[in-house]
Ligand binder design. Sequence first.
Ligand code: SF4
Ligand code: SF4
Length: 352
Amino acid sequence: MQKRTLGKKGWEISVIGFGGIKLPLISQKECEILLNRAIDEGINFVDTADCYGDSEEKIGFALRGRRKEFYLATKIDERDGIGVRKKLERCLRRLRTDWIDLILFHDVRGSEYERIFDSGGLETLEKAREEGKILEIGISIHHSLPIMVKAIESGVFSALMVAYSAFDEDRLAAELLPMAHKMGVGLIAMKPLAGGVLAERPSFPKNKKFIQGESLAQVSLQYVITNPNITCAIPGMTELHELNENLQVGRLPRELTVEEIKAVMECVGEAGKGFCRNCGYCLPCPEGIPIPDIFRFESYYDRYNLKGWAREQYRSLVVNADACSGCEQCLELCPYEVSIPEKLEIAHQTLQ
Ligand code: SF4
Ligand code: SF4
């Protein structure tokens, strides 16, 4: 498995990490088989989050006794000192470990970035680092480029986790990723297959393979790690065949052929129409509706079975989708032809 260096401490982590977001979909026994196989085969970076259902508990139990064999990352959605401390202790307990290698402020949006600094969240993690309970601090940001830039420039975070797949090429690849890399910030690509969308396209049947015998999912994953600025991609996995395919990609990272890039881009084009990429170009909405966040919560609800968490997040928003006045301002701004007002209505029905 190819290794790349994460952050300033020089951790050598596998270019393919284990994304734990889908673990709530499978049994404890299946998790044990999958995770242990992943570690046996050279994956040494495991990612989860406090909000991924029972993912932390499953990882903690499945990999008990093997803690020194991998880097463990988890994410918390608290911003203030008391909340962060409480969540950190819970993460440690659920993961059955004395230390977490990388802890990230999860899904930071809008004014939350400042709150990390102003309300004691960062200070608490820095103290936890002195205590040896965590080793590094990172941040995950889904769609705000200005916040990503601020986080990179702050010099505070060792790693930045961003949603990056072939869908995000035009948005992130040209400037943001090289900038982070240059500043020594490790880049972890979450959703490298766009939540599975790039693994299954109608125009590319599941059993069809590329010349090298690789599936569409593999070629799409190759596409992500071909970017030298990416330290590690963390596809979510629930089945052994997915793990095997991902291992094969990590063992033989290679440049894609022109035909393969064309095929991936055709899939992007096909799925792209009407598919929300969480880019945030449609903002601001005059009613204050956080459009990309709502579509993301909906995808967590549908694709990852994080129903409770998605509903909780939706209900905690200051403005919900039912505030849409139908002004259609966002439609002019969305480059991907998402039928926003229509889709917001559906999302509201699902998440309210
Ligand atoms: S149509 Fe709805 S979501 Fe779009 S900008 Fe107008 S109020 Fe906001
Ligand atoms: S609705 Fe369109 S503009 Fe808004 S985040 Fe999604 S893809 Fe981007």
